[in-house]
Design a protein around this ligand. Structure first.
Ligand SMILES: Cc1cc2nc3c(=O)[nH]c(=O)nc-3n(C[C@H](O)[C@H](O)[C@H](O)COP(=O)(O)O)c2cc1C
Length: 136
């Protein structure tokens, strides 16, 4: 497992969306923005599935994903495998969280699942000599 630093976690929380990249059984890549994301701990993040379509099919066929986020020239790429929880405490907490967001924004949406990423590697994205370097 790889651990996010305090700075990585701060940036993850701060950015409005992260990019979730998956790949289909046939090797076709897919990348989508995800706004409903949370840190569980240094090596685990959660994303809520409201609208995942190709993304969901891809993760079912191949749980290995990349999550990319950045601000200015600072950015990180988290890689690992996901599990999709559609029952249990984390799913119920996520469903409540999305219900609340939905009520506040007036945009109807429902969580269909909590996508849990266990981080196995972290890469830096900042342009320059260290670009793409494995950080953890
Ligand atoms: C700014 C933004 C934020 C989004 N956040 C989420 C999200 O948190 N959860 C979700 O399921 N879909 C979210 N979506 C929708 C997905 O990005 C995407 O439309 C959906 O997964 C369908 O695409 P796919 O067939 O490639 O999976 C968001 C879209 C945008 C534009």
């Amino acid at each position: 497992m790889s651990h996010m630093t305090e700075r990585m976690k701060e940036l993850f929380d701060k950015v409005p969306t992260v990019v979730l990249s998956t790949v289909s059984e046939d090797g076709i890549p897919n990348a989508v923005p995800v706004g409903a994301k949370k840190i569980i701990d240094d090596e685990t993040i959660l994303m809520s599935n409201q609208f995942f379509n190709k993304t969901l099919n891809n993760m079912r066929a191949n749980p290995r994903v990349a999550v990319t986020f950045w601000e200015g020239h600072e950015g990180y790429q988290l890689k690992g495998s996901v599990t999709i929880e559609t029952t249990g405490q984390r799913f119920e907490d996520t469903a409540r969280w999305i219900d609340e967001k939905s009520r506040k924004s007036g945009v109807p949406r429902k969580s269909k699942g909590a996508v849990i990423l266990r981080i196995e590697a972290i890469y830096g994205l900042a342009p320059g000599p260290g670009a793409g370097k494995k950080l953890a």
